[in-house]
Design a protein around this ligand. Sequence first.
Ligand SMILES: Cc1ncc(COP(=O)(O)O)c(C=O)c1O
Length: 368
Amino acid sequence: MKLPQFLLDHWLAAHEFADPPIRYNLASSTGPQWTLGEVLALGGDTARHDLDALKLSYAPPQGGARLRERIAALHGVSADDVLVMTGASEALMALICHFAGEGGSLVLPQPCYPAVPVLARAWGLEVRQYVLDPSNGFSQTAELVLSAVDSGTRAVFVNSPHNPTGSVMPAAEQVKLAAALAVKGIPLIVDEVYHPLYFSGEVPTATSLDNTIVLGDFAKALSLPGLRIGWLIDRDRDRRAALIDARSYFTISGSPLTEAVGSLALEHAAAILGKLRQVATGNLALLTSFMAAHRDVLEFPPPAGGTTCFPRLRDGRDARPLCEALARAGVLVAPGDCFDAPAHMRIGFGAQREGYAEALRIFAEVLD
Ligand SMILES: Cc1ncc(COP(=O)(O)O)c(C=O)c1O
């Protein structure tokens, strides 16, 4: 099996991990960076002492009890329903593997985090996509999602807040969608890695909806991608057992070291989410003014949540040459072709507060 090039990661790696790295990274989809020392300092001396005593053995395949309890508290569910995974990436892989099979299809948004359609096809699933339309703010409705469901559909995937568009499926639409799918016996997967970062009305976690599996992680709203920890929450006991087996086959378990740091981080989730909100709302205000000043060139559906938006060149031109010119000037945004939408670009606003105004000033210069 030969997988296609992961265009987004090639683009990010060429600039973000260059020496020296790009000056202003607006291509990132994560929150502000934390050092290990800063996270440990949240827990004081006890946290460092606990780490010294940690045994570097395997963790349980479903994740350690303390971490699962803290994730459960975050989502208001029982710890039994939580399975820890190696990033939301492994949660997605385990689910795709679980739902794969002759004649099956998976329903996904377009645009979509690129790994999902590629891996679904690699596992032999047909990919059926519902198209998020910039002219109505990339609106996510139950009706739109259901229009892509067919008789072979094994599961439906929704990402809210959505990467790359920042669109949010309202709670009432999520309820309607889960109920309609439950009648058909089709599970709903809600990827909530950007929950709870909303800018126009909070949306509750989808964990209470019928036959729904919720994904979360440390990488996005919780701003600690280096932990490589994600999770899924599923009330279906048999499916959970199958998903734990999938994890045992894929990666055996997580690391007790990163699980311990993750547990500590969740104890201080309010501080971590507070910092993210401050950076994201400050940058988004600047970005909104910038987009208003350039509305003749850029169409900008404002994000309702998450840390990215997905503006489009109004004349429909390929945005990659502009992204390349911006990168040469020291500002990184991600070309839309990485998401099969070449006239767009993904602009992040959650990772870096310092220098954001200067990055937009350079952006304006390059546009002119
Ligand atoms: C919407 C979405 N889901 C899942 C993932 C996977 O995240 P991770 O494996 O870092 O937890 C990503 C990564 O960018 C994403 O954007």
